[in-house]
Write a protein that binds this ligand. Structure first.
Ligand code: PLP
Length: 387
């Protein structure tokens, strides 16, 4: 019986090894000799069927515990490709109220142009969902952990509710990664990752994946063959390399984040900490029951509002102020000024993104060094802000 850390290194590897190579080489070829295959299976990199794509697909499926998986050019390619494959003009989808900004934009601004509508649901209130279902509803879309507050929806209820009504369930599992949570195990049909984040883990690749039922993954592949959002073989190689350490990275980031969240919660200069591993988190018990770990993402507020938050960010020496997450380098950002700046102040308020809120993606630096840096910045800031 293989473990996820073993799967992350070996699942789907080519056999026999080409020329004995211990890792999958980069197949930097756009097209392959023809042997009578049908259109979608002709060897051609846009059709996501090079050896690099095939190994990645099998490896991701093993990690997610699904029948099949497809690696694509970005998380958004996976999200848009999935929704455009499953939904046609006139169809309707239920979507969690707080989603990644790109997904919200796609649902709110792009898909309506194709006659696809959505209703927003409160993921904490299953009793309210039935009212939002229409005869045209085909699917439900949620995220494992919301950005940036790390809220955990009633995911078991989502899977049950959708199964009873024949809806396809789609979940963006980016913040958890399959190391901490495998949504297919509780009945989700399709699991999306922005592999740009934890899956690759080195802040140097843009990639995405969709894993799940083989019939659905095949349909998404066929549609993506026309959309054209296939992953470049070199990026596929980097993603495969990054994924080999997924298990050790995510475990280490989870450990460090837990220590850091506890420290911040007890610090007089910090007013609120949102981390599912803290007993004070509203869905802590649910997260503890469903997840193998609480992850490396958290959000917090320093006392003193935006000005002090900005001074605190400027005083840090290890984390870089940047919008992405899940890599070796710790990244920190004030969402209202960056990743959520596209929302109106009212929309931000509704999703709990206060102006001074800070989102922290804990990296792989020594937790002691990160803690010392955070403490030093918190100490320095009162003088900086008042003087
Ligand atoms: N899903 C989540 C939760 C994200 O945070 C992001 C990007 O930040 C995406 C999807 C989109 O992924 P990508 O940037 O790889 O297209």
């Amino acid at each position: 019986m293989s473990d996820r850390s073993t799967d992350a290194i070996h699942a789907g590897a080519q056999s026999p090894r080409p020329e004995g190579a211990v890792v999958t080489p980069i197949y930097q070829a756009s097209n392959y000799e023809y042997h009578g295959e049908g259109y979608h299976d002709v060897g051609y990199a846009r059709l996501s069927n090079t050896p690099n794509h095939r190994v990645l697909g099998e490896r991701i499926a093993a990690l997610e515990g699904t029948e099949d998986a497809l690696a694509l050019a970005s998380g958004m390619a996976a999200i848009s490709g999935t929704l455009l494959t499953l939904l046609s003009a006139g169809d309707h989808i239920l979507a969690q109220d707080t989603l990644y900004g790109g997904t919200t934009g796609l649902l709110a601004h792009d898909l309506p142009r194709f006659g696809i509508s959505h209703s927003v649901i409160d993921p904490q209130d299953p009793a309210s969902w039935a009212d939002a279902v229409t005869p045209a509803t085909r699917a439900m879309y949620v995220e494992t952990l919301t950005n940036p507050l790390c809220q955990v929806a009633d995911l078991e209820a989502v899977a049950d509710f959708a199964r009873e009504r024949g809806l396809i369930t789609i979940i963006d599992n980016t913040f958890a990664s399959p190391i901490n949570f495998r949504p297919a195990e509780i009945g989700f049909d399709l699991v999306i990752e922005s592999c740009t984040k934890y899956m690759n883990g080195h802040n140097d690749v843009i990639a995405g994946s969709v894993a799940g039922r083989a019939d659905l993954v095949r349909r998404i592949k066929l549609f993506n063959d026309h959309l054209g959002g296939s992953l470049d073989p070199h990026a596929a190689f980097l993603l495969e390399r990054g994924m080999k350490t997924l298990d050790v990275r995510v475990r280490r980031q989870t450990e460090s984040a837990t220590r850091i969240a506890r420290l911040l919660e007890d610090h007089p200069g910090v007013t609120t900490v949102h981390y599912p591993g803290l007993e004070s988190h509203a869905q802590h018990e649910r997260a503890a029951r469903m997840f193998d770990g609480f992850g490396g993402m958290m959000a917090f507020e320093v006392a003193g509002g935006v000005e002090r938050a900005e001074a605190f960010l400027a005083a840090l020496t290890i984390p870089t102020v940047a919008a992405s997450l899940g890599g070796a380098e710790s990244l920190i950002v004030r969402p209202a000024a960056a990743v959520h700046s596209g929302l109106t102040p009212e929309e931000r308020e509704r999703s709990g993104v206060t102006e001074g809120l800070i989102r922290f993606s804990v990296g792989l630096e020594a937790a002691d060094d990160l803690i010392a840096d955070l403490e030093a910045a918190l100490e320095r800031v009162p003088a900086a802000a008042s003087g």
